[in-house]
Structures are given as C-alpha cells and as structure tokens.
Ligand binder design. Structure first.
Ligand SMILES: Nc1ncnc2c1ncn2[C@@H]1O[C@H](COP(=O)(O)OP(=O)(O)OP(=O)(O)O)[C@@H](O)[C@H]1O
Length: 930
C-alpha cells in the first residue's frame, strides 16, 4: 500500500572521524588478514537490506545457549508503513501545510476532536501509569506485570500519548521579561581611558573586535594596571653599567627595585562578561615592557600562571592569550626595540610530560594549565623555572572547588613560595659556591593572585581564604565597586579572616547567582515518557531558525545531560537513527567469513572466536571514540557533537573545535557539566538543560545557561522539568538575583504541546503521530544492535544513579522514588525498564562500592539478560518480540483510526489501545525502592 509519503530526511553520513586505523603492513599474512578483518568490522555499514545468512559452519554446529544476538526480523511480518516524512519547520516554527504527511495513523489523528480533560491523574514521574485505555482501565489495574524474559512473554510497551491532557502552561502573576544586556561592552568608557597600552588597544580593536570595556573590565582594569614594572629604573641601572666589559656581570649586578606589592584581586561577574580579558590584559601589559630589556629572554622562566579547572577551558584561555600575544610590536610610543620573548604555553593532563618538559626547559613566560599537571611539574620537573612568578590566576574558582582542587591549589601555592624562597636565597649569597645567576630586580613586587568566578558560594570564599591575601573585590556593578575599591575589609577584619582562612565578600544582591538579563529563560514541563520526543521537537525548531544572510553563523545549541553515558547515547542515537524505510534492520552479528580468513577460521576455536569478538569490539570502540560529528536524519544538515570527560583528549578537543568552528550548518553539542563553566563558544544560541544539574544547584544552572547570551548577545535557555519537579522552578528563581536591583529573575513556561507542535508540525494532533513515529524509529535503532541496546541501558542506569545524587536540599524536587521507571525507559528508547536496575539504582552505595564489591555484584548478576556485560543473552528472543510488538502497536493505532472514522463522526481520540497503555515497570520500580 502506498500512502504517498515521500522521504525528506537528510542523508545519514557515517560521521567524520579524527583518525582511522592505518592499513596493516608487514608481519605474517595471517596477522595481516586478521587486522584487515578487524578494520573492516570497524567501519561497518549502518544498514543492510537483508540479513546476511550465517556461515554454514555455524549451521552445522550451532552455538550453545545463551543466544547472543537477535534473530533477523521476520521477513513476512506485516510492517505498517511508517511515516517517512517529517516536514521541515519554517522559521516561525510552523510546518508548511502542503508538506503535511499522511499516514493511516496520522489521518485518523487529523480528524479527531480535541481531547477532553480527563479526571484521571496526569502521567508523571510521581503517578501511576494512566489508567484510561481503549481496553479499559481494569486491565491496567489487574494485569500482572509482564515478565521481561522468555520468548513467550509479549513485550509490552506504552504509547506515547494517552487521553490524559498534557501539562498545561500555568498562568502566573509575574511575567518573564528579557532585559537589556547586562554583560555587554559599555559605551561610557574606553580601554585607553582605563590605562591600557595603545599597542593593546589597537590590537583589541583591529584584530579582536573588542572596542569598549565591559562593566567588569571598567571596574577592575584601573587597579590591575596600576602597578607597572619600573623598567626605566632597571634600564638606568644597566645604562650606568654600560661600559662593563662583561655584560653578564652587569646583569647579575642589577639593583633590586623597591615596588609596592599589588593587592590580590577577587573578580566576580556574570558569565560572558569578559573576565578572561580582565586578567590577561594586565598580565601582558605588566610584562610587555620587559621586552625592551636586552637581557630578558625566555630563560627568565615563568612569570605568570593561569589555572583553569578543565582542559577545554585551559585551551580556550591559551588561545585568547596567543591571540593577544600575536599583536604587532611596531609603532610603540617608546621607539626602543622590543623582543618577542613573551610566549605562552599550555600544560594539561592528557599531553605527554616529556613534551611539556622540553618546553619548560626552554622557558615559558606565561603558562596556562590545569591544576594537577602544574603541581606534577612543580614536584617533578627540575627544569621548570617558576620562582619569579608574578601572577597566579585561579579562573573558574567555583569549578576548581567542585572538582576537588583545593588541596592541589594549596600545593601549588606552597611550591611556588618554596621555589621563590630558594632562588632568592641563592641570589643573596653563595655566589662563590654556585655559578653566578642573574639578579632579578622585581622580588619586592611579590606575587599577585587573582581569583575569578561568576558565582560565589561558601566553597569559593574558602578558596579565596586559602589563596588570597587582603583581596580587593571587583564586580561589574557600580555600587559594589564603591564598596570594594577603597579596601575590601579593614586591617583587623582582614587579619581575623586570614586567621579563619576565609574571605567574606560584602553581602549584596549580587551574592545571588546572576544570569545575564538579556537571556530568555524558559522551562517546559514534560511527562517522562515524552522527554525524548520533546527534545527532538525542541531541537528541530531551534535548528530551523533561519540564519540567512549571516554568513557562517549556523545556530549552535548545547544540550546538557547528567552523565557521560547519556551523552554518548543521545549523540549516537540522534546522530545515527534512520527514519521510515531507511530504518535499521536488525544487525546480524556474525559476519560472513572473509575469504582470506577462511582457511584460518576452519581451525578456529571458541577461544579464538571470543578474542576475535573482543578485538572487533575494541576496534569499533576506538573508531567510535575518534568520531567527532554525526549528521542526523532528524535535523536537516545539522552536525551533532558530544563532549564529556571520559573521551580521549584528542576527541574532546576535536569535538569542541568542530562545534565552535564557524559554519553555515547548525550544530548541536551533547555535553555533561564539563561544558558548563567558562567555555566561550561563539554563536551558541540556545542551551537546553535536558537533565537539570545534579550537582551545584542553581549555581550550576546559571553557569550552564551562561554558555549563551555572552558579551551582550541574545540567547535562550530551556529547562526540561518533570511534572513532579515543577516546584524546582520557583526554588531556582529564588536563588537567582537580577542584574538590575529590585527585579527578580523569572523563568517563562512553554507548553509541551506547543513544543511538540512546533517541532513536528502538522495540523491538530498530527504531531502525536509524528512524535510516535520518531519514538518508534528511535526504539528500533536501540533494538537493532546489541551495542546500541547496551548504550541505552547504561544511559538509563546512569540517569537513575545521577538522579539520586541531587543534594538533600533538592531531594524534594528530585526524589528517585518519583521516577516512573517504565516511563523513563521510554525516554531512553527502551521498551521496558532494564531488569538490572535493581542493582544499579542504589547508586550512592553501589557507585562508591569497592572494586571487589562491584566485581562481586558483576559475578552475581552474570547470566541476567539485563546485565551490561552480558547483554547479548536472550537478544534473539527480544528481537522477535520487538517486531511482533511493533506490528501489534501499529495495528492498535490503525484500529483507533478506523474506529474514529467508522462512526461517521468525530470520536474521542485514544491513542493506542489495550496493552499499549500497560507498563511492565512495576516490578522494577519495586526493586529499585528496595
Ligand atoms: N570588551 C569586550 N567587548 C566585546 N566582547 C568582549 C569584551 N570582553 C570580552 N568579550 C568577549 O566576550 C566573550 C566572553 O568573555 P569571557 O569568556 O572572558 O567571559 P567570562 O566572564 O569569563 O565568562 P564565564 O564566566 O562564562 O567564564 C568572549 O567571546 C570575549 O571575546
């Protein structure tokens, strides 16, 4: 039957890989043949039109149970024709009417009357599954939960939409307003007026399009630029010695210059307000004049260190630094020659230490580093010269604390102090014993520590206490400047605070976490089982926003998830899913033997087969790890990227670079909180918090939304909120402070129905059929391959685990007991909750368990078909069941359509019927509560 539907999906690409395994060379031919086979399996075609028949050897000697792979789908099973066309969404978010697809299910939907509000409880994480079904509610109440295992057990799945109304937008007395940009450059001052060197002013304007300072720059720069090195005094000292025959002698004889040590600085300002330039410009301006001194070169060692909590952030800061350091030195007011000794270096975990050491030996005047790697070099690299360090910057202080770097930072400070003492002592005496060294004239200037954070909490104050001495506090706000400028605290108070090892910042409204005023913050209340399709719908409408006329400004969106497993899963799922007739047939795990390998495989033992399988899995994993972008059939010409801390460094960096690169096409980045702090990704138009932060509360929320609406630009933030989590919204609003005093931060609610309609288009309730088709396609993808299924289960388990780690204060919104595990499975494209959840849903203890304990757990769960390590068990049965289930589900949807039509009048629509409203999750829920 042809329903006249045409395909309109972006072709699915195999993804862009960073590197592919090289073709094997040399060695025995058998080794080469094996390697070739492994490589072939690595890059596997995504679909096959027909299952490949198993080799005869396997037919003769069938493998012992358990069955480790699904049987191919029954060829004769009547498969309803799926919707193969999702209309594109126009910039206003409406699907074009003439593109509206037609399918039996959909045409039924298109004619039904609006649904009545049902008195039945709304489907939510709190509530039991909706009881109203075509087959009657009694079935739900009385039917025992189906057993997940065994060929005879029918796989029971739920339809997405029930007769219960979707959560409505709640009318509120307060309005959500988008204000004037609060982190934009100001028109009222100039960099030159703040005391910035004309060379830097020219470079900022000409090469970086930075013309006017932002609020925090205007506030902090005058103080931070006010303690220049007295180069003339040094130069004079040397000029006096000019006649010295031995220049080296004159260098060692340089006088010590008395300098007022600059006060430490605490910079607190909104995300995207330009804190990076606020501390980098003074460092460069202070060190730049040293370029005029002929005896200064890289061998002077390190003079400034910037610490950032993550590799991505360190790399980003290093890039900004390089950009500034690349400025032209010609045309300086003082005509004396300047040398290019001021270079920067990046030290992060993941890079080779030997490479770092070689650079450190040469000397790196400005270092950007992650804390662990820096401390490592301080402790183990003798050639690391850092005694003269004049600046230490702790960027993203709150993240440094969250990631547990307090002790590392303390260690770094101690090590720097130690090196400084030793070198000063060596200069002051012992010239006879050791080789004479250059005398450093700036010891008296000391080391200035700068601490930056967009948000301040008790942990940050503690770090400030550890790292800062008598700090001066800078904020973008005028009022705060006044309070902070003279002296943050008087001497006695400072002494007391120092003793207490804490710095207390002046209490103002700013102590609340302040998001940029121009940011449009929205939330949508989504029933758990609709989460995945609602995400697809939202992303479809966001990427469809036209960026015509703006060259290389394709929309960029970041989606935050709670675990690395969830990131991997959603990236792969949405990047690889295929729609309609393209949909994935079940993959036959057993590849036909390669001709070359035939002779060898005749002797192959079970052990060989196992190791071959392992090799194959390893090769696949490695190729997967290297892939940085995928193209999805769900979002036209959109690149999909991912970022999390478990990816190899090269993939993390490549993913980030690919996402950040200017491009015509839209891009989506699935990320964990690793992307929440400090990352400055241009053109991020929207941030979607699909999983609300499990750590860091409102603070983390503000950092995440701060990835958009930067430096005065607009942006929107979306939060997915479960029906049982709605009170979180008011709580989060209460934690945030508005940039303009007297105002409150409000999140505006958008209806889930509106989101679905915008994303899937169509008239009336057509979006339901389209959402259902998308859901089924996603579920098919999961079931098509054991690795996909494993990924889905892991993501599911990790979600539950992460969910239970919400801090006590937030437990009232995010209690694991309120999770409806059956519905939750749906949003991981699983048709039922994985049985292993009983073990994995006691997260706190299980996750913290010892290795031995986890090994024991693994052992005890072996053989269970839900265990990740043993996922293949029973897959064949599962596969057969899924096809049968899918067929029945389509049939039920069709029947609903027929019933509506046959009455000759519009009937009340009930999506799905009978079994499709029944969930098999009760048992699992009970297990999870144990
Ligand atoms: N004066 C300025 N004029 C225009 N753009 C600026 C100015 N200062 C900084 N920017 C730009 O604003 C963006 C955000 O800057 P930056 O990353 O330093 O913000 P931040 O305050 O450190 O944010 P976060 O707290 O999120 O780390 C960058 O792209 C930067 O180039």
């Amino acid at each position: 039957m042809d329903d006249g539907i045409e395909l309109n999906f972006a072709p699915v690409s195999g993804g862009v890989a960073v590197r592919r395994p090289a073709a094997p060379k040399g060695g025995r031919w058998t080794d080469r043949a094996k390697a070739k086979r492994a490589a072939k399996h690595t890059v596997k075609p995504q679909t096959r039109s027909q299952p490949v028949p198993a080799p005869p050897r396997r037919q003769d000697a069938p493998r012992p149970a358990p069955v480790s792979r699904p049987a191919p789908p029954p060829v004769t099973a009547p498969r309803p024709r799926p919707v193969t066309h999702l209309p594109n969404v126009d910039p206003k978010g409406k699907a074009k009417a003439d593109e509206a697809p037609i399918s039996p299910a959909r045409s039924a939907r298109a004619t039904h009357a609006p649904r009545q509000a049902s008195p039945a409880p709304t489907s939510s994480r709190h509530n039991a599954p909706p009881p109203v079904t075509a087959a009657g509610p009694s079935r739900l109440a009385s039917a025992p939960a189906p057993k997940p295992k065994g060929p005879a057990a029918p796989q029971i799945i739920s339809s997405l939409f029930s007769s219960n109304p979707l959560p409505k937008v709640v009318k509120s007395d307060h309005t959500h307003v988008v204000g004037a940009p609060s982190n934009a450059p100001l028109d009222t001052s100039t960099f030159a007026g703040l005391g910035l060197d004309p060379l830097l002013v020219r470079h900022l304007k000409g090469k970086m399009s930075v013309e006017k300072p932002t609020g925090i720059q205007r506030s902090a720069l005058p103080h931070m630029l006010s303690t220049p090195l007295d180069i003339n005094a040094t130069a004079t000292a040397h000029a006096d010695d000019e006649d010295d025959e031995d220049d080296y002698e004159s260098r060692t004889a340089a006088p010590t210059i008395k300098l007022e040590p600059p006060r430490d600085v605490f910079i607190q300002s909104q995300t995207g307000s330009g804190k990076t330039l606020t501390y980098l410009l003074p460092i460069i301006q202070t060190l730049l004049p040293l370029s005029r001194l002929s005896y200064i070169d890289r061998s002077v060692g390190t003079l400034a260190i910037v610490l950032a909590p993550t590799r991505e952030l360190a790399q980003q800061i290093s890039k900004v630094l390089e950009q500034i350091l690349s400025m032209s030195l010609a045309g300086a007011s003082d005509e004396s020659h300047m040398t290019r000794w001021l270079v920067s270096g990046l030290l992060t975990g993941g890079a080779t230490r030997n490479h770092d050491k070689a650079r450190l030996r040469k000397g790196v005047p400005i270092i950007v580093s992650t804390p662990g790697r820096l401390l490592d070099h301080l402790q183990n690299t003798a050639s690391f010269k850092c005694a003269k360090t004049m600046f230490l910057v702790l960027d993203e202080a709150d993240r440094l604390m969250d990631l547990g770097f307090e002790e590392t930072v303390q260690g770094i400070i101690k090590a720097l102090d130690g090196r400084r003492r030793i070198e000063m002592a060596a200069e002051n005496g012992g010239e006879d014993e050791v080789a004479p060294i250059m005398k450093w004239p700036y010891w008296s200037r000391g080391r200035q520590t700068v601490l930056c954070s967009a948000t301040v909490d008790a942990k940050v104050e503690r770090l400030a206490g550890v790292a800062l001495k008598d700090p001066i506090v800078f904020r973008a706000d005028e009022q705060d400047q006044k309070a902070a400028k003279p002296k943050a605290v008087d001497k006695d108070v400072a002494a007391a605070l120092q003793e207490a090892n804490a710095v207390t910042l002046p209490q103002t409204a700013e102590d609340k976490f302040t998001p940029p005023s121009q940011l449009s913050q929205k939330y949508v209340v989504v029933p758990t089982k609709l989460r995945l399709v609602a995400l697809v719908a939202l992303l479809r409408s966001l990427v469809s926003v036209s960026t015509k006329g703006k060259e290389n400004e394709g929309t960029k969106i970041i989606v935050f998830l709670s675990s690395t497993d969830a990131v991997d899963f959603h990236w792969k799922l949405l990047g690889r899913v295929q729609m309609g007739e393209q949909a994935q047939p079940v993959e036959d795990e057993d590849e036909p033997e390669d001709e070359d390998g035939g002779a060898e495989s005749a002797d192959e033992t079970e052990g060989d087969a196992t190791s071959r399988k392992k090799r194959k899995e390893k090769a696949t994993k490695s190729a997967e790890e290297d892939t940085v972008s995928l193209k999805s059939a769900l979002f036209q010409s959109t690149n999909i990227h991912r970022l999390h801390g478990s990816l190899p460094l090269r993939t993390r960096m490549a993913s980030l670079a690919a996402f950040a690169a200017p491009s015509e096409s839209p891009s989506i980045l699935f990320a964990t909180s690793v992307a929440s702090r400090g990352l400055d990704l241009p053109l991020v138009r929207a941030v979607v918090q699909y999983d609300l932060p499990t750590e860091g509360g409102a603070n983390e929320y503000v950092h995440r939304v701060g990835r958009t609406a930067r430096a005065g630009k607009g942006g929107e933030a979306w939060a997915f909120v479960g029906p049982s989590e709605v009170e979180w919204v008011a709580w989060a609003e209460g934690k945030m402070g508005a940039a303009e005093s007297g105002k409150k931060v409000r999140l505006g609610q958008e209806g889930v129905e509106a989101v679905l309609k915008r994303g899937f288009g169509g008239k009336g309730y057509e979006y339901e059929a389209r959402a259902t088709e998308v859901q089924l396609a996603l579920e098919r993808w999961v079931l098509a391959d054991s690795q996909n299924a494993s990924l889905a289960r892991k993501a599911y388990s990790s979600f539950v685990r992460a969910y239970s780690t919400h801090p006590l204060e937030e437990k009232k919104f995010f209690h694991p007991k309120s999770l409806h595990l059956g519905h939750l499975a749906k949003c991981f494209a699983l048709r039922e909750a994985p049985g292993a959840l009983a073990a994995s849903s006691k997260p706190a203890k299980a996750a913290k368990g010892t290795n031995a304990a986890s090994k024991k757990r693994k052992r005890t769960t072996q053989g269970s078909d839900a265990d990740d390590d043993d996922e293949d068990v029973g897959r064949g049965k599962e596969s057969t069941a899924r096809n049968e289930t899918e067929r029945r589900m389509y049939e039920a949807v069709r029947k609903a359509g027929r019933a509506i039509r046959s009455g000759g009048k519009l009937g009340e629509f009930r999506s799905g019927g009978g079994e499709f409203q029944v969930f098999g999750a009760n048992d699992v829920e009970r297990m999870a509560r144990r």
